[in-house]
Design a protein around this ligand. Structure first.
Ligand code: COA
Length: 298
């Protein structure tokens, strides 16, 4: 789909995107590049990074791949430094790296729970922490008139209510959202850095989707969640463009839900036609017997 944004909205900006080699992260890398940004993608798998960088370069985008694991502070530091060394500035950090699998709580080991918290929550913190130096107003490579940079943390909606077999991810994303808000407060105040999040619904063609909603159960899901429909990676990339470009200059501390309303979904317990009938009957009944009056007085 065509982007509604002007092609130069991120001109001259440098974006560092964790998990930028595949799925939502790669689409954000591509769209940011198409809108003028230079792209550094971080990931654990060299092959995936190499393929992604070559795809980006074939579109004329200035891109580099940096191997590293967001769970390790030393990797976070090295990658942030390398991105700065290569491009001379960092304006935007997107934390899109995440880990996920389905597991009943009772079958999940401590290490399984911890691993996802480590990737999503600790990883996000590590990257933000190391990138602060470059994102803050007046930081290396920034001219002091342009203010601070911006951070987007990719989250989820799982923890707004509760989600089957996702205790580890729900806990991790709750921590990510808290991190987003706390950094928005502290770093918005002290360094003019805006920190926001995006909570995608199920997005087609992503590793998360194939792991969490296998094809076999998609029809069943639609019955239970009437608002269920797949989003596109493009939807998330456009939200990220909005939040990190000048369009989002007054937005700070928000986690924007991009899920077609899915998290509000509830099965319809009564047909619309039946509601009309029933509500009249109930109304008549309640008029005949005013609320609050003891039955003996009627
Ligand atoms: N069910 C239950 N436990 C699982 C599991 C599953 N499907 N997959 C992994 N685990 C547990 C492991 O058993 C291990 O715990 P243990 O030591 O008590 O046995 C723990 O999680 C760590 O697993 P390991 O494979 O060593 O971790 P890793 O660091 O190599 O991989 C994952 C991390 C498990 C999150 C892996 O799925 C991954 O790399 N994911 C990244 C991609 C991704 O998930 N994308 C989707 C984003 S929405």
């Amino acid at each position: 789909m065509e982007s509604p944004f002007k092609p130069d909205v991120l001109k001259g900006k440098v974006a560092l995107i964790t998990g930028g080699g595949s799925g939502i992260g790669f689409e954000i890398s591509t769209q940011f590049g198409k809108h003028g940004a230079s792209i550094a993608i971080m990931g654990r798998r060299k092959q995936v990074l190499d393929a992604a960088v070559s795809d980006l370069r074939s579109l004329g985008i200035a891109a580099i791949g940096l191997e590293g694991d967001v769970r390790k502070p030393e990797d976070a530091r090295r990658v942030v430094e390398s991105a700065y060394q290569h491009f001379g500035r960092i304006d935007i950090l997107i934390n899109a790296a995440a880990g996920n699998f389905l597991s009943a709580a009772e079958d999940l080991s401590t290490n399984g729970f911890r691993t996802v918290l480590d990737i999503d929550a600790v990883g996000t913190f590590n990257m933000c922490h190391e990138a602060l130096k470059y994102l803050k107003k007046g930081g290396p490579g920034r001219d002091s008139s342009t203010g601070g940079g911006s951070i987007i943390n990719i989250s989820a909606t799982l923890h707004y209510t509760a989600s089957w077999y996702q205790i580890h991810v729900s806990a991790a994303k709750a921590a990510v959202d808290a991190t987003t808000r706390n950094l928005a407060l502290e770093w918005g105040t002290d360094y003019e850095i805006r920190v926001n999040g995006i909570a995608p619904g199920p997005i087609g063609g992503t590793p998360g989707m194939s792991k969490l909603v296998p094809d076999e159960i998609q029809n069943k899901t639609r019955e239970l969640m009437p608002l269920y429909k797949l989003g596109e990676k493009w939807d998330i990339a456009m939200a990220a463009l909005y939040l990190s470009g000048d369009t989002g200059k007054y937005v700070n501390g928000l986690t924007m839900v991009v899920d077609g309303g899915l998290w509000l979904s509830k099965p319809r317990h009564l047909a619309k036609e039946a509601v009309k009938e029933l509500s009249r009957v109930v109304e008549k009944r309640s008029r005949a017997k005013p609320v609050g009056l003891p039955t003996s007085k009627l």
